[in-house]
Design a protein around this ligand. Structure first.
Ligand code: HEM
Length: 228
């Protein structure tokens, strides 16, 4: 085994991978939300469809997207390995556990992660899979834009008219909020950031982020279900 595999399978290595992939996913969520908020424009889906077309055809974005899929998988696999490792060393873990970080979220990161995974399977199986691997979506053209693009907006609109899909989104987003509530500050802690002045700022930012981002996502299905 090389030193890299030794390091990555060590307990510190696994936690480092969790924190770095987690931070990447934290950045992804901001970009993803900014793009999706175009679904709230009253333009018949034009801005959103053109944006989705660009995201799925631009070569540079495609490379970043493959990195994203890889990081999501790595985050899940390492998370499961860490959970099993902690279970094996339960006595040690409890003896060392710090009461302040012993919240519902911190104790249930694995369960919350699995709920998010279930949400992601439903979410990607619907929009992403249909966009990338099927011809189910109609093609539309817009004045001033050269290419014909897939009408993903109509699919999103149809999905969010179904109460059970909206419910899966809301449950998934509550799980995401709780997962981030602990995960955001934990990622920085793993990277060794422990500072009298900056740690409380990061913890505060983490709490704001873990509430604002999931609410931003949740507004979209709720708006389509109740208003559109
Ligand atoms: C209301 C909330 C959301 C909406 C409307 C939405 C919409 C979409 C759409 C339309 C796509 C396909 C776009 C494409 O492939 O070009 C997509 C892809 C994706 N979504 Fe979401 N999304 C939402 C929330 C989330 C959340 C909370 C997560 C993560 C926890 C997430 C993770 C992903 C991922 C990983 C992809 C694949 C990205 C890619 O291939 O570039 N989404 N989303």
């Amino acid at each position: 085994m090389s030193w890299i595999t030794n390091f990555l399978t060590s307990s510190l290595g696994k936690k480092l991978v969790m924190s770095l992939t987690g931070l990447f996913l934290i950045i992804f969520l901001v970009v993803h939300l900014a793009g999706n908020l175009q679904l709230l424009f009253d333009d018949g889906g034009e801005a959103f469809n053109i944006y989705a077309h660009m995201m799925s055809t631009d070569p540079l974005i495609s490379v970043v997207a493959y990195g994203l899929y890889f990081f999501i998988l790595l985050h899940i696999v390492q998370g499961i390995l860490i959970a099993f490792q902690n279970r094996g060393a339960r006595k040690v873990k409890y003896a060392m556990s710090n009461r302040k970080s012993n919240t519902f979220a911190s104790r249930n990161m694995m369960l919350l992660g699995l709920l998010i995974f279930f949400f992601l399977a439903v979410h990607m199986g619907d929009f992403w899979y249909k966009m990338k691997f099927t011809n189910e979506l109609d093609m539309v053209t817009y004045a001033g834009y050269d290419a014909a693009v897939r009408d993903l907006y109509t699919r999103v609109n149809a999905a969010f008219q179904e109460w059970w899909i909206v419910l899966i989104y809301i449950i998934g987003l509550i799980a995401l909020a709780l997962h981030l509530w602990h995960g955001f500050q934990s990622a920085f802690q793993t990277l060794g950031l422990n500072h009298k002045k900056y740690t409380p700022i990061i913890q505060g930012l983490g709490k704001i982020y873990s509430i604002v981002i999931p609410i931003g996502f949740a507004i979209i299905p709720l708006y389509y279900f109740f208003v559109k």
